[in-house]
Each structure stands twice: as C-alpha cells, then as structure tokens.
Design a protein around this ligand. Sequence first.
Ligand code: GDP
Length: 296
Amino acid sequence: DKLKQGLTKTRDSFTDKINEVLNLAVTIDEDLYEELEEILITSDIGMDTTIEIIKRLKEKIREEKINDPAEVRPCLKRVITEMLLQGDDRKPEGDKHVLLIIGVNGVGKTTSIGKLAAKNKAEGKKVLLAAADTFRAAAIDQLEIWSKRADVDIVKHQEGSDPAAVVFDAIQAAKSRNVDLLICDTAGRLHNKKNLMNELEKINRILDREYSDATKETLLVLDATTGQNAVIQAQQFMESCPIDGIILTKLDGTAKGGVVIAIKNSLDIPVRYIGVGEGVEDLQEFDAESFSEALF
Ligand code: GDP
C-alpha cells in the first residue's frame, strides 16, 4: 500500500541495517545493543529517544527471557509500536471543526491543507478554506488553486490584509453555509516569534468569540526530510503557541522516517497526519500500528 511504499527509503536504511546486525549476531550482549543504538541514532531517531528505546528493549528482553538474537527484531518492533501508541491521541469530538495550520515555508503547508480539504469533502463534509496567510500573494494564489482542485469554497482578502479579518469573514461564511470543517492557512511562521504569537492570539480570540461551538485545533506542519531539525522546529514553535497536533509531510522522499518516533517521544504531541506523496490522496491519518507494520 501507499504507506509501505512511502516508507521504502526509511526501511532500506533503518530496518535493513537492523536486520543485518541481528542476522550476524550470535548472542544478545552489550555489543549488540551498541550496534542497534548506532543504527537508531543515525536514523534520525535522536539521542534521547534512542536511549529510551534501548532501555525498553533491554527490559523486555530480560522480562521475556529472550536469548535468541532472532527474537530481538519482533521485540524491538513491539517496543517502537508501544512508544508510538503512548499518550492520548484521540481526535477531538464535535460536529464542527476548525483547524489553524502553521509551519515554515516549504514544509508542505498549502499542499496538506488542499489534501485535507479534498479528503473531508470526499467524506461528505462541507469544507471552507480561509486564506489567512496574507503575508505573501503567492500563498493566497496557491490556496485558491487547491480550493478549485478540491472543489471547496475559499474566503480570501488581498495580500497584506489583517489575517484575523480573513478569519472573521470565514467564520461568518462558515456559519451561514453550515460548514463542517473550516481550515485556516496562517502565516504562522518563526521569523518573528512576537508576530507569530500576536497573530495567532488575535485569530484565537476571534474564533473563541465568534465560533465557540466549533472544536479548534492548531496543527503544525513539519517536513520529515529535515529529520531531527523538524523536532527542533516543533520545540521552537511550542515556545510561541500551543500545538495540538502534527502533520508530518514528505515521508515518502526520505530515509528519515524514524523522526516520527522522536516526535512522539520527545514532544508529547500527537502526529495526526502523515504525507506520503504529492497527490491529493497522499495524506493519511497517522496510525501507530500501521506505521510500525510498514516500517518493519
Ligand atoms: P508550503 O510553502 O509549506 O505551503 O509548501 P507547499 O505546500 O507549497 O509544498 C512544497 C512542496 O512540497 C511542493 O512541491 C509539494 O508538492 C511538496 N509536498 C508536500 N507534501 C508532500 C508529501 O507528503 N510528499 C512529497 N513527496 N512532497 C510533498
């Protein structure tokens, strides 16, 4: 399937290396753990998360009295699945939803919004886009292209206008058209933390006042090809605004898919969606079990 295909590069580097080491191993000893540790670190899983994985692996191997290296692989898979499953990843409930999408340029923000719009529309929901990234004219144009592609409405103002005003208009349109999902593209970027905070605070105030019956989520878009930098980027965003979930794009183009485990373990924010290609259908809801199934 698409997920499995998307994780090909990650599997080629990460999983194949693990298999190689385990196939050669005769006993489960400290040398073996060190070799596994090295593979994990070089797979963009990060130091802290690697240490945690090895610690849990050792515990499991001890508890289950495993002494055949061939049994380490399924054990490692279980450890990773458990780590991906931890935390509360339930999607927020409610009939009406509003998503604020933030992220730096080029990570796949617009594309992800387009894919989300198409996906929800296909599920029979009424979707509206708000072009509240008014910082660049290109951002508004790009979003409009996606709104046509997904066949959903868009509310836009001209470049340089107040993002909160766009959101205000979009809310009125959402109410009068009985929209199920409002997706707001924001200029929420890191170039200026103070601006980012102010802009999002203003948008949030308007949403709380004008659209309080909708369930709100702020999703941060991260590019998987940037590996550990994606984790650092998320930490920087978290200093400026609360983030409810992650959209991790471009998993298909990278061997750094292990970063999903690092995000999960070090940020305590659910990964909501993953991008596994450029097409409209290539945004999947993240599912821990299918992910580790595709990884191993
Ligand atoms: P933005 O600047 O954050 O809005 O980025 P865009 O949405 O314009 O995306 C930047 C580039 O990344 C485009 O060429 C997209 O087609 C590509 N892209 C976005 N998501 C994915 C993905 O999941 N997989 C792949 N392979 N490419 C993606």
